[in-house]
Design a binder for this molecule. Structure first.
Ligand SMILES: C=CC1=C(C)c2cc3[nH]c(cc4nc(cc5[nH]c(cc1n2)c(C)c5CCC(=O)O)C(CCC(=O)O)=C4C)c(C)c3C=C
Ligand code: FE2
Ligand code: FE2
Length: 336
C-alpha cells in the first residue's frame, strides 16, 4: 500500500501583530502574481507606494484586536484542526501556510524526511476556486517539490464547494445558530476582483456578462468563484431549509481600486438595518477556519456598521474550525 502523508494548507498570518511583521507578511502576500495579477514592476510599485506605507499599521491594529495567547487565530485554529484530524487518521498530518509560517516548504521537507512517504495528499482549505488561493498554494507546493527534487506524488483535493459531505458538515456546525430567532442571514464570502473571474472564462463570453450567468451549468464554472459560492449558498439553504427571503449573498474584504464582486457586505448590513432588521447573522463559508476576516472584519467592524445604522445584534456564525463533523469529512478524504 502507498505510504501517504496529509498536508493541510491555508493562507497564513503575520508572525506577530506588529507593524514590521505585518509589513513583511503583506509584502510576501501581495507580491504574489496570483494575488495582484499585474506585471512585476507595476505590482511592485502599487504594493510599495499604495499598500506598504499605511496598511501594515492599520492591519497590525486589527490583528491585535483578535490575537490570542496561542498567536494568530487562523494559525492556532488550523493547529487544532490538524491535531483533531491526527486522532482520526492513520497517516502523518501536517499543516502549512501559503504566506508566513509554517511554510509549505518547511512542512513538505518535514514530511519527506521520512523516506518511506510516497504520496502527499494536499488539501488546500478553500471550498471555492480562486487563483489567489487554490492555484498559488498548488504552484508553491510544486515549486518546492521541484526545487528539492522530492520523490513524492502530490495528490490534490479540489475545491469542495458543493460536495454533499462538506455542505452537511457546514449545516451541522451552524445548526445551533440557525435555531435562534433572527431576521436575516448574510452569506458573506471573501471578495475577488471581477477580472480574476473573467480572465479564467474559457469562452470569454460567459462570466459576469449577464446577472444570472452563475446559474445553471457552464464549462466556465469549474473555475468561477462566483458560481461556486452561489452553489454553496443554494446547497446550504436547501439542506438547512432556509426560506429564500431570509438570506442573501454578499462579498467582504475588498482591497484597492479595481472592480470587485458585489454586493459589499458592509453595504448589505447597512441596508438591512435601514430596512428594520434587528438581528442579523453572518456565515462566512469561504473560510473553513476563523481568521482576521471573520473575527475582526465581521464580528467587530461589521457589528459597528450594523448598529450605527439601527441594527441591534450581529451574530457571527463560527467557521467549522475543528468541529467533529468537519474533522470527519477530512478524515474520510484522507483514507480514500
Ligand atoms: C477565502 C479565500 C480568500 C480569497 C479568495 C482571498 C483573496 C484575496 N485577499 C486579498 C487581500 C488580503 N486578504 C487578507 C486576509 C485574508 N484573506 C483570506 C482568504 C482569502 N483571500 C484569509 C483567510 C485572510 C486572513 C488572514 C489572517 O491572518 O487571519 C489580507 C490581510 C489582512 C489585511 O490587511 O486586510 C489582505 C491584504 C486579495 C488582494 C485577494 C484577491 C485578489
Ligand atoms: Fe484575502
Ligand atoms: Fe458565472
Amino acid at each position: 500500500m502507498t505510504k501517504r502523508a496529509i498536508l493541510l494548507a491555508n493562507l497564513g498570518s503575520p508572525d506577530a501583530p506588529t507593524t514590521p511583521a505585518v509589513r513583511r507578511y503583506l509584502n510576501q502576500f501581495l507580491m504574489d502574481p496570483y494575488v495582484i495579477q499585474l506585471p512585476w514592476l507595476l505590482r511592485r510599485m502599487i504594493v510599495s507606494l499604495f499598500v506598504l506605507p499605511s496598511r501594515p499599521k492599520a492591519s497590525a491594529e486589527a490583528y491585535q484586536s483578535v490575537w490570542t495567547a496561542e498567536g494568530s487565530p487562523l494559525i492556532a485554529l488550523s493547529e487544532k484542526l490538524k491535531d483533531a484530524l491526527k486522532t482520526q487518521v492513520t497517516h502523518p498530518v501536517e499543516m502549512a501556510m501559503r504566506y508566513g509560517n509554517p511554510s509549505i516548504e518547511q512542512q513538505l521537507l518535514k514530511i519527506t524526511a521520512d523516506k518511506s512517504i510516497e504520496e502527499v495528499l494536499y488539501i488546500p482549505l478553500y471550498p471555492h476556486y480562486a487563483d489567489s488561493t487554490v492555484t498559488t498554494s498548488i504552484e508553491e507546493a510544486r515549486r518546492v517539490i521541484s526545487k528539492h527534487q522530492l520523490d513524492i506524488k502530490l495528490r490534490i483535493i479540489p475545491p469542495f464547494y458543493d460536495q454533499p459531505e462538506y455542505i452537511k458538515a457546514l449545516v451541522t456546525s451552524a445548526q445551533p445558530y440557525l435555531e435562534q430567532e433572527y431576521d436575516h442571514i448574510i452569506f458573506s464570502y471573501h471578495g475577488l476582483p471581477e477580472s480574476h473571474i473573467t480572465k479564467l472564462d474559457p469562452s470569454g463570453t460567459h462570466c459576469l456578462k449577464q446577472d444570472n450567468c452563475c446559474q445553471g451549468s457552464h464549462p466556465a464554472h469549474q473555475t468561477c468563484y462566483r458560481h461556486q459560492v452561489m452553489r454553496t449558498t443554494q446547497c446550504f439553504a436547501l439542506q438547512a431549509g432556509l426560506a429564500t427571503d431570509r438570506y442573501s449573498v454578499a462579498f467582504q474584504s475588498r482591497l484597492g481600486r479595481a472592480k470587485w464582486l458585489g454586493p459589499n457586505t458592509e453595504d448589505t448590513l447597512r441596508e438591512l438595518a435601514e430596512q428594520g432588521a434587528k438581528h442579523v447573522m453572518v456565515l462566512c463559508p469561504a473560510f473553513v477556519t476563523d481568521c482576521l476576516e471573520t473575527l475582526e472584519e465581521i464580528a467587530i467592524r461589521g457589528e459597528e456598521v450594523f448598529k450605527e445604522a439601527g441594527g441591534e445584534k450581529l451574530t457571527l456564525i463560527p467557521c467549522m474550525n475543528d468541529h467533529p463533523a468537519w474533522v470527519n469529512v477530512l478524515a474520510g478524504w484522507c483514507e480514500h
